[in-house]
Design a protein around this ligand. Structure first.
Ligand code: NIG
Ligand code: FE
Length: 411
């Protein structure tokens, strides 16, 4: 079935050259068709053009965009959407002066969520995660990555990944899953780190691979969490199983993890709040995506990642929410785009590109989604009439998502 959408004030293509990503200065290149029409054939973008130059004659259905803008749905390439319970008690503790690290040292933080997750059944987890997913889809997210990492034993990590896989089967958007068994050391292994790395390498990863539950592997490489050597041990096992990595790096400290990650062809390195000059240069020369998470910086009051320097160095910069109960309890990509502009000095064009095409690249989906180009999936956001694309991040905290289309259908 074909659908013609008319009266689009601006069609924000993001790219028209079939690029996998836009890096460095290209990030701000922003092709727009003004006063446009868009033709869909089932779930695919078939064609587009200018209203004054004439409309296609053959179509089954017609829809008037009412002078709104159309842009690709957001790609949230880093979330911890499957979790049990919430942590606003820790939020209050932080407001009373305790730091994220102090709360973790008292048994809070990730291990707090682990306790709650282990008690929840797979169905209970599914229901709360599905509600979160539906909410972020209404906010314009049209593809998402979901990590495990609150189970920290084989059974519970598998339970989380099964929930994420079920979400991917039951909802129309692409869902990629990532195994993050190396998120923290569970209580049982607090004095036996090698024992836990062995459990991950010899039991969890092979079992998860055998059941095809994870598209990627992740490690939280940080002081007090997993060392660079431990990360490498896990990456080597993953490589043998043909599983690529997306890694939590440089959130609080710059170790030499970025160099190692790029040598191992990590698909993305995420966080990057604390970066040395060398780290930035390495990302400028590699095809590893630099995924920035401004919601985490806002919520934890830690530095914002040096987006301008990374763009200047020619890195591939993406934006994601990090949606999780501890460090970033928001899955709103619209807010991330605003924060990227306000706090990281990205231009609106760069931020919107980083939250669409480059997010898709961080999930190996940019051949299908992330831009409005012929042959790509008809996944897009329709806004009300707005004065310009910049209005989206500028009018922060407001909802500019009028309708969300996934696979050519309004959700
Ligand atoms: O991406 N940094 C590690 N993991 C999460 C936070 C997890 C939590 O606090 O529950 C993050 O920020
Ligand atoms: Fe995270």
């Amino acid at each position: 079935m074909s659908t013609l959408i008319t009266n689009i004030s601006a069609l924000l293509h993001i790219d028209l050259q079939g690029r996998k990503w836009k890096r460095g200065r290209e990030l701000g290149e922003f092709p727009i068709s003004r006063n446009a029409w868009l033709l869909l054939e089932d779930d695919i973008i078939k064609d587009f053009g200018n209203m004054e130059e004439g409309l296609p004659e053959n179509f089954d259905e017609k829809m008037d965009a009412g002078g709104g803008m159309i842009l690709p749905t957001w790609v949230d390439s880093h979330t911890h959407l499957v979790y049990a319970g919430t942590r606003e008690d820790e939020f209050s503790q932080r407001l009373h002066g305790l730091s994220y690290a102090e709360i973790a040292a008292r048994g809070g933080g990730i291990l707090n969520s682990v306790k709650k997750l282990r008690q929840a059944s797979e169905d209970e987890l599914y229901d709360v995660a599905a509600a979160r997913l539906e909410e972020v889809m209404q906010l314009g997210t049209g593809a998402i990555e979901i990590k495990s990492g609150y189970g920290l034993n084989t059974e519970s990590e598998i339970k989380m990944l099964k929930v994420a896989r079920r979400l991917g089967e039951n909802y129309p958007l692409p869902v990629k899953t990532t195994f993050l068994g190396a998120h923290a050391f569970p209580e049982k292994f607090k004095d036996d780190h090698q024992g836990y790395v062995r459990l991950i390498s010899e039991e969890m990863l092979p079992e998860i691979a055998a059941q095809n539950l994870a598209d990627y592997v992740d490690v939280f490489c940080e002081e007090g969490y997993f060392s660079v050597d431990e990360m490498l041990q896990i990456l080597e096992v993953a490589q043998k199983l043909n599983i690529k990595s997306k890694l939590h790096l440089n959130q609080f400290n710059s170790l030499d993890s970025i160099e190692k990650a790029t040598q191992h062809d990590a698909l993305s390195v995420d966080h990057l709040e604390v970066m040395s000059e060398k780290d930035k240069q390495l990302l400028g020369k590699s095809d590893t995506v630099a995924t920035l998470l401004p919601g985490c910086s806002l919520f934890l009051e830690i530095p914002f990642a040096p987006a301008r320097d990374l763009i200047q160095q020619n890195a591939i910069v993406a934006l994601a929410t990090d949606y999780n109960p501890g460090s970033a309890p928001s899955g709103n990509m619209n807010l991330m785009v605003s924060l990227a502009c306000i706090k990281m000095k990205m231009t609106p064009e760069e931020a919107i590109s980083a939250a669409t095409l480059n997010g898709a690249a961080a999930l190996e989906l940019s051949d299908r989604i992330g831009s409005i180009e012929k042959g790509k999936k008809a996944n897009f956001i329709l806004t009300p009439p707005l004065s310009s694309p910049s209005f989206i991040p500028y009018n922060f905290g407001h909802n500019h998502v009028q309708k969300v289309f996934i696979n050519g259908k309004a959700i």
